[in-house]
Design a protein around this ligand. Structure first.
Ligand SMILES: NC(=O)C1=CN([C@@H]2O[C@H](COP(=O)(O)OP(=O)(O)OC[C@H]3O[C@@H](n4cnc5c(N)ncnc54)[C@H](O)[C@@H]3O)[C@@H](O)[C@H]2O)C=CC1
Ligand SMILES: O=C(CO)COP(=O)(O)O
Length: 320
């Protein structure tokens, strides 16, 4: 299987480097100037500075070249995925499309695979998700991920194609669970960053991770996901990583909010839009999501962090 990567941001570049250790990889990006510089300088100075691109990576801004491969890894922000698939629907039909984004589309309330299927109903689509910072993958550090597809034969072929000696993929057919674990951990990571930025302490963060995980499970359950998927790499695994590490952009965005400093970065922070998407779904399905709701109020500036803390701590006492 030929593999092509769509989106030359941090994750696309990291995956390209990892997979290039065993196959030629094309890496498509929309910014012609950046791509030409990447191809000649062998570095993505904008998103992954300091990492030397593997010789097997070919950077291209030509969609004709970028979309040639059999398997396309879509490394785009979730909120941009629908437009990309829509605009290139004819060229994407017949390909194996693996979403590598973590979020819920704000306009439709759909996860990445459902977004793809809403535009290309018969596409072979899946999601690659789990605990993995782009920089770690790019450097070839050991990483384990979840590959979710509902086609039980194809998923094994793609698993083989995307596994390397340092990149270990586990499969599942619970696409919904994999989509939601990756999306919701970003929301909780923003909250954890806010707690640490405000100096509320490690114990408060551990409480938020745990109650955030319970909230994630409740939501995923209501959406038809399987509990064991949420306990796996795409749920518990990624929540652990993202909520405890300042390499995470969601965590750092939350930290800035908690510390009262301005967030000026142009980096992708998926949890922002996903929090609102989840809040809307929860309201329509009557799912109790106090953390996501409180976080939206905080991001809107409707409440202070102190008020958010009081709101969460003063909820009726209950069983765990
Ligand atoms: N950076 C990381 O460590 C990881 C990121 N991810 C996920 O990967 C996804 C992408 O994130 P990053 O690569 O980190 O973000 P990024 O901001 O570094 O890169 C996003 C890329 O998408 C491109 N892009 C945006 N809108 C586009 C459009 N309409 N058409 C074509 N290209 C477009 C941008 O030019 C940029 O190259 C996110 O969902 C993120 O959650 C997943 C695991 C790890
Ligand atoms: O998804 C990630 C790690 O698994 C990356 O997290 P951030 O998007 O918060 O940087």
């Amino acid at each position: 299987m030929n593999i092509g990567i769509i989106g030359a941001g941090a994750f696309g570049t990291g995956l390209a480097n990892a997979l290039a250790t065993q196959n030629p990889i094309s890496l498509w990006g929309r910014d012609a100037q950046l791509i030409e510089t990447m191809q000649s300088e062998r570095e993505n100075a904008r998103r992954l500075p300091g990492v030397v691109l593997h010789p097997n990576v070919t950077c291209t801004h030509s969609l004709v070249h970028g979309l040639q491969a059999d398997v396309l890894l879509l490394c785009l922000p979730t909120q941009q995925l629908a437009a990309f698939v829509q605009n290139n629907a004819n060229k994407l039909a017949g390909k194996i499309l693996i979403a590598c984004c973590k979020g819920v589309d704000l306009a439709t309330g759909k996860g990445p695979v459902d977004v793809i299927h809403s535009i290309l109903p018969t596409a072979s689509a899946g999601i690659l998700t789990g605990p993995s910072f782009a920089i770690d993958i790019a450097k070839g550090l050991p990483t384990a991920l979840t590959l979710a597809m509902d086609d039980s034969d194809l998923v094994l072929e793609v698993q083989r194609a995307l596994s390397t000696s340092n990149l270990r993929l586990y499969t599942t057919d619970d696409v919904q669970g994999a989509q939601l674990g990756g999306a919701l951990k970003n929301v909780i990571a923003i909250g954890c960053g806010a707690i640490m930025g405000a100096g509320l302490g490690d114990s408060a963060r551990a409480a938020l991770i745990t109650r955030g995980f319970a909230e994630t499970q409740r939501f995923a359950d209501a959406m038809g996901a399987r509990p064991e998927t949420l306990s796996g790499l795409s749920g518990f695994g990624d929540m652990t990583l993202t909520c405890t590490c300042d390499k995470s952009r969601n965590y750092r965005f939350g930290y800035a909010m908690g510390a009262g400093t301005e967030w000026t970065s142009t980096e992708t922070v998926e949890g922002r839009s996903t929090a609102y998407a989840v809040k809307a779904i929860a309201a329509s399905k009557n799912i109790d999501m106090p953390i996501a709701q409180t976080l939206c109020a905080l991001m809107d500036g409707d409440i202070t962090l102190q008020q958010a803390t009081v709101a969460l701590l003063s909820r009726p006492l209950t069983q765990e």
